[in-house]
Write a protein that binds this ligand. Structure first.
Ligand SMILES: NC(=O)c1ccc[n+]([C@@H]2O[C@H](COP(=O)([O-])OP(=O)(O)OC[C@H]3O[C@@H](n4cnc5c(N)ncnc54)[C@H](OP(=O)(O)O)[C@@H]3O)[C@@H](O)[C@H]2O)c1
Length: 346
């Protein structure tokens, strides 16, 4: 590791987001010179396959809170589903405070999500716990100084969106292929729109933030790659793959019936009584009712190469096959089991 490079700490490094961010940070400059960044990765288990893969690419994998010492920057994506809303709110604030105390961190990037409470005037029907914890931390950060200098710390918030890459999973991908070849995309979205972000674009925006500290200091960047209805998604799928497809606009009850009922009744995270079902009822409602929007003109100005769903499908040779482990949590066996009998009836 070269001493002149800026070290970026990535929290959530082995996750779907973290790996995409590391890919972008390590990418050489367009003139072929090496990236100005190296990466330090926080993990609970350096022996996991994902941690070993990072180590083999020269990423320094560390396990403890000394992680922030000596780094130029930090990208912090806490995992709501592993720690729950209360601990996420506290940890999000606390990690920022430690970064400030050290006096050596120069730029701090918080991976946030939209403040659904504020966007609905605190309508309790919409706010899911994995959004509210992150959004509260974002609000608190806005009350903190963001100083762009060689001896102080600036910060940015990147508010992300559902990953386009989840089209390779049962969450957004086709749950069933009927005997006549029809791919069935079934979610409770109605006529709503989903801003989706390709993980490679998420990585781009985080790199953009570190590369443009002045311009992004004290800013919240609400990012996505494309904003689409599921009718558009299905039409694009057929255009790209030539395969027949159908969108079933399920009710929430019909969608939840596609899972093991005991699993969706369980708390969505430790130390919470809110179930997976309650959490994702609110999650879907927010997209069904178009509460979360994005400024695609701004996004394409900053990142002209940002994917559309069509370009993402082509770049990924998307076939509609699901089962790809985008999320580490899914790879680790967390999340509700599918109800295969019900899925077979779609
Ligand atoms: N899925 C989506 O479409 C989406 C979109 C936007 C935002 N998000 C948000 O992203 C977060 C999850 O990140 P991800 O999508 O990258 O998930 P992921 O692929 O399942 O990765 C989870 C990451 O969190 C780390 N982690 C888990 N429990 C931890 C703990 N107790 N302490 C420290 N680290 C822990 C894991 O590291 P180790 O196991 O190596 O320690 C791993 O790096 C959630 O808060 C979610 O709301 C998800």
């Amino acid at each position: 590791m070269s001493a002149s490079k800026k070290i970026i700490l990535v929290i959530g490094a082995t996750g779907a987001q973290g790996i995409a961010v590391i890919d972008a940070l390590l990418r050489p400059l367009t003139n072929g010179y090496p990236s100005p960044y190296t990466v330090r990765a926080l993990t609970r288990d350096p022996q996991s396959q994902r941690a070993k893969d990072l180590a083999s690419r020269g990423v320094e994998v560390v396990q403890v809170a000394v992680a922030l010492q000596g780094v130029y920057g930090a990208f912090v994506n806490t995992d709501s589903f592993s720690i729950g809303e209360q601990r996420e709110t506290f940890c999000g604030i606390r990690i920022f405070e430690i970064a400030k105390q050290l006096k050596t961190v120069r730029h701090y990037v918080w991976s946030g999500l939209d403040n659904v409470n504020k966007k609905t005037d605190y309508n309790p029907l919409y706010a899911s716990a994995h959004y509210t914890g992150k959004a509260r931390v974002s609000d608190w950060m806005r009350s903190q100084d963001s100083v762009v200098s060689d001896d102080n710390m600036s910060w940015s918030i990147i508010s992300t969106a559902p990953y386009m890459d989840m089209l390779k999973t049962g969450m957004f991908g086709p749950l069933r292929v009927r005997p006549d070849g029809t791919h069935v995309f079934a979610i409770p979205l109605g006529e709503g729109h989903v801003p989706m972000i390709a993980l490679s674009d998420l990585g781009f925006f985080v790199r953009y933030i570190f590369d443009n500290r002045d311009a992004t200091s004290a800013q919240e960047l609400e990012v996505a790659s494309d904003v689409i209805t599921w009718h558009e998604l299905v039409a694009t799928f057929t255009k790209v793959t030539g395969k027949k497809a159908e969108y079933l606009a399920l009710s929430n009850e019909e969608w939840f019936a596609l899972f093991n009922q005991e699993d969706i009744a369980r708390p969505v995270a430790p130390d919470t009584t809110t179930s997976f079902k309650e959490t994702f009822t609110r999650f879907w409602r927010a997209y069904h009712d178009d509460i979360i929007t994005r400024d695609l003109a701004w996004i394409r100005r900053v990142h002209p190469g940002a994917h559309t769903v069509e370009s993402w499908m082509r770049a990924n040779a998307y076939t509609g096959a699901i089962g790809h482990d985008v999320l580490k949590n899914a790879q680790d066996g967390k999340g509700p089991r599918p109800n295969l009998e019900r899925i077979a009836q779609l």
